[in-house]
Design a protein around this ligand. Structure first.
Ligand SMILES: *Cc1c(COP(=O)(O)O)cnc(C)c1O
Length: 368
């Protein structure tokens, strides 16, 4: 068989190792998975009841326009319904944006090396080249370098992806840096600046930019959100794109009509209505992060302060080796070699007892 060069050289996305597989392979009973930035507290009870109720309707097609969900979410985010559409996870929206904006083998996507890998994979599948600017020394998006690249290559760059905060580093760009970048980028009105804000609700930094406010001034900006993280419904797949109505109209034109399933629509409505759950998610995450920081500092292990629900650590040894030793102890975390970080691991925040388990396992392996 023969396929295009882009497809034959594609390195597919590597998801976190499943718990059952790890139990089988290593003959383990107790396994803790902190590898996929999942919400450790489980979904909201109100979400589960909404799904149970909706289960009686699944012989019907879902609402292709997501009417009720759109109204609920527009209220939640404080934007008009014309500025919003949904995807089967934000991953699908990344894919759709690339297909909408980029002509294959002509237009380009600009992002950082060390940014969320989906931008590159989706681009390659669409036969679109990705230009990757290195992260700065402290593993942050280098927006000045991105702006320079955009100015130099504005004829072909149609999309810029900025993960804020970034996965897997947990670092973020602040408001003044972003505004400086957008002041330059707004000259290129045919280029869309996508702020991927999957971890938005976990951010504690005071100078984190409010993208939805910025979008009032900067018209070529879009924001991606997801219900996979703080809202704990990763398994149902619901992503949100907030952008100018014209962009939304074109995404709606090219997406599959029933890309968001019936259960996801009902679950998402219930999820954003449960404010208590949101608070609990945030609290468990922030306490977990602070616990990790304290323990890692005591161990003398290098880590990056995170605005997400995970921490990047540098073990200063080949991360695949360390990962294997951790798996033998029943801990699944994520090596991030594919991001150019060869000695680093990403550890998601779990429940307190899972975090403790992780710290003990990491201690044991790094001592050995
Ligand atoms: C987890 C994550 C997403 C969310 O993906 P979904 O497809 O919505 O589950 C998007 N962007 C980044 C940077 C992420 O880490």
């Amino acid at each position: 068989m023969k396929f295009s060069n882009e497809i034959e050289t594609l390195k597919p996305y590597k998801p976190g190792k499943p718990i059952a597989e790890t139990q089988r392979e290593f003959g383990l009973k107790e396994v803790v998975k902190l590898a996929s930035n999942e919400n450790p507290i489980g979904a909201s009870k109100q979400v589960v009841s909404a799904i149970e109720k909706a289960a009686l309707e699944i012989h019907r097609y879902p609402d292709a326009s997501c009417y009720e969900l759109k109204h609920a979410m527009a209220g939640y985010y404080g934007v008009s319904t014309e500025m919003m559409t949904f995807g089967n996870g934000s991953n699908e929206l990344i894919d759709l944006l690339i297909r909408l904006y980029c002509d294959p083998r002509k237009d380009k996507v600009l992002t950082s090396k060390g940014a969320f890998i989906a931008y590159k994979i989706c681009s390659q599948v669409s036969r679109v080249e990705t230009l990757e600017i290195p992260l700065s020394e402290n593993l942050r998006f280098d927006l000045l370098a991105l702006a320079k690249k955009l100015e130099a290559d504005s004829g072909s760059i149609r999309l810029v992806f900025i993960a804020n905060p970034n996965n897997p580093t947990g670092t973020y760009v602040n408001e003044s840096e972003l505004i400086e970048f957008l002041d330059i980028a707004q000259k290129y009105e045919n280029t869309l600046i996508v702020l991927d804000e999957a971890y938005n609700e976990f951010v504690r930094a005071k100078d984190y930019p409010q993208s939805l406010d910025l979008m009032k001034k900067y018209k070529n900006v879009a924001s991606l959100r997801t219900l996979s993280k703080v809202y704990g419904i990763a398994g149902l797949r619901l992503g949100v794109l907030i952008a100018q109505p014209e962009v939304i109209g074109f995404i709606d034109r090219i997406r599959n009509p029933f890309n968001v399933n019936l259960l996801a629509q009902e679950a998402a409505k219930a999820a954003v209505a449960d404010r208590e759950y949101l608070k609990k998610s945030q609290q468990v995450n922030w306490e977990g992060l602070d616990y990790f920081y304290k323990e890692f500092s005591q161990m003398g292990l290098k880590y990056w302060e995170s605005q997400g629900n995970f921490v990047l650590i540098d073990c200063e040894r080949d991360s695949e080796e360390i990962n294997l030793e951790l798996l033998k102890l029943g801990l699944i975390v994520r090596p991030v070699k594919g991001y150019g970080l060869a000695t680093h691991l990403r550890v998601s925040v779990g429940l307190p007892e899972e975090n403790k388990f992780a710290v003990e396992a990491i201690k044991q392996v790094l001592k050995g």
